[in-house]
Design a protein around this ligand. Structure first.
Ligand code: ADP
Ligand code: MG
Length: 418
């Protein structure tokens, strides 16, 4: 079994080794078991369903929320197998001829991976067709979209279970997500009706990241400039809540001789991709951005991520700081915190439905607790994700401000100065 899997890995993807839990996950899928995969972003979740799909008879249906992501994956799979029909996207943009081709390839057993958006899967004609062909399994990528407690709730995801039942009685399901909170996980298992699933959860610890929170004062800009200058020549991202602040701060940095550009959804597409390229090519050092920046950005040597404004949840904080130190090298995560920023975030939610506000509040309270805690930041984050952590034995146990400079000691030092 092991050697078979390894040679398939080599043959289809050119990789010599599995990453993390991939091999166990793939075995579980090949045994037709319902399977639940929780791995941080970049952990290699796609391969967990792509490889068994390529190895098995029939077509694996992959549900994914983003058309752009689906297209990327389909192109990548076609590239490795030299057969166009091996992977298809089924969505509303296809014309009649294209749809006919897709259905023919599936019927003929050529198509191993069929990517669909949840709204296409709900279409009666698609369900009717899929009932008639051999389906190997169903993968639900970004499965946190099922949960209102996730950061990207999509109501269409809620119907997946009943559609899967209609397509076939015994189709194994594999859910995948990078959201590790126990609440979201519970929702996923319940909604997909797979409490029996084999669950594989990778550690979310990022031992090379240093976490630091500083109180936010009027001098925050000067403090950021000092920090960036101390890290001259290194790549970094600075997140701000508003586009206006992004523009202002980028300008302040430029005036102070720092090679920085702004990035937010209000800039035209050309400028955005231009600024992104400048960052990737290291023509500039710093991108000042809203959260519009970062999805799919894979720069391995980002050395710092600064939050000018505290994010709205621990998940967002984790995702955004996670863009530092991808290569395993240094990654300094510095966030500025003032309670009035929490109130600002509360105000943003005030127009939303009550249920949503309540969830938003609960997530914010965790952010407050995190910002104000005097225990290890790493321990806090990992505990939030349902993972226990021992600072004495765990990797990166001393890599945060509270562990390096405990508050009592800090105060004692201040006393001496007085
Ligand atoms: P996720 O969906 O968990 O965020 P991806 O599936 O996008 O992660 O994979 C992240 C990166 O890891 C991709 O560039 C992928 O090619 C790479 N990768 C996945 N599995 C392996 C492996 N076994 N060996 C080397 N690289 C891998
Ligand atoms: Mg993914």
């Amino acid at each position: 079994m092991k050697s078979d899997l390894h040679s398939a890995l080599k043959k289809y993807f050119g990789f010599g080794e599995f990453k993390g839990l991939q091999e166990q996950v793939i075995k579980s899928i090949l045994e037709q078991k319902n399977t639940f995969v929780i791995m941080p972003t970049g952990g290699g979740k796609s391969l967990c369903y792509q490889l068994p799909a390529l190895m098995q008879e029939g077509t694996a249906i992959v549900v994914s929320p983003l058309i752009a992501l689906m297209k990327n994956q389909v192109d990548a799979i076609r590239g490795v197998s030299n057969e166009n029909g091996v992977a298809h996207v089924l969505n509303s943009s296809l014309n009649k001829t294209e749809i006919k081709q897709v259905k023919e390839d599936i019927t003929n057993g050529i198509t191993k991976l069929l990517y669909v958006a949840p709204e296409s899967l709900t279409k009666e004609e698609n369900v009717e067709f899929l009932r008639t062909v051999k389906i190997s399994f169903m993968a639900v990528d970004e499965a946190h979209c099922i949960s209102e407690w996730g950061h990207d709730f999509r109501p269409e995801y809620r119907n997946l279970r009943s559609i899967i039942r209609r397509i076939g009685d015994n189709i194994p399901i594999i859910g995948l997500t990078a959201t590790a909170t126990p609440k979201v996980q519970e929702d996923i298992l319940k909604n997909l009706g797979m409490n029996d699933a084999n669950t594989f959860k990778a550690s979310f610890n990022r031992p090379n990241l240093y976490y630091e929170i500083r109180p936010k004062t009027k001098n925050v800009d000067a403090d950021i400039i000092r920090f960036v200058k101390q890290n001259e020549g290194k790549s970094g991202i600075i997140y701000c809540l508003s586009r206006k602040r992004v523009e202002e701060l980028a300008q302040v940095l430029q005036v102070n001789g720092i090679k920085a550009v702004p990035y937010h959804a209000g800039l035209d597409a050309k400028k955005r991709s231009n600024h992104q390229d400048m960052f990737l090519m290291e023509d500039i050092d710093v991108v000042v951005a809203t959260i519009a920046f970062g999805m799919g950005i894979d720069k391995p040597d980002v050395r710092f991520v600064i939050h000018h404004d505290i994010p709205k949840s621990i998940e967002s904080y984790y995702q955004e700081t996670g863009r530092a130190g991808r290569d395993g090298g240094e990654g300094h995560c510095l966030a500025y915190y003032a309670y009035k920023d929490i109130e600002k975030l509360e105000k943003f939610m005030s127009g939303k439905p009550v249920a949503e506000q309540e969830i938003g509040q609960a997530l914010l309270q965790e952010v407050v607790a995190f910002a104000e805690t005097s225990i290890s930041r790493r321990k806090f984050i990992l505990h939030y994700f349902g993972e226990s952590f021992d600072n004495k034995t765990g990797e990166g146990g001393d890599m945060d401000d509270n562990m390096r400079h405990p508050k009592e000691k800090q105060e004692a030092k201040d006393d001496v100065k007085l």
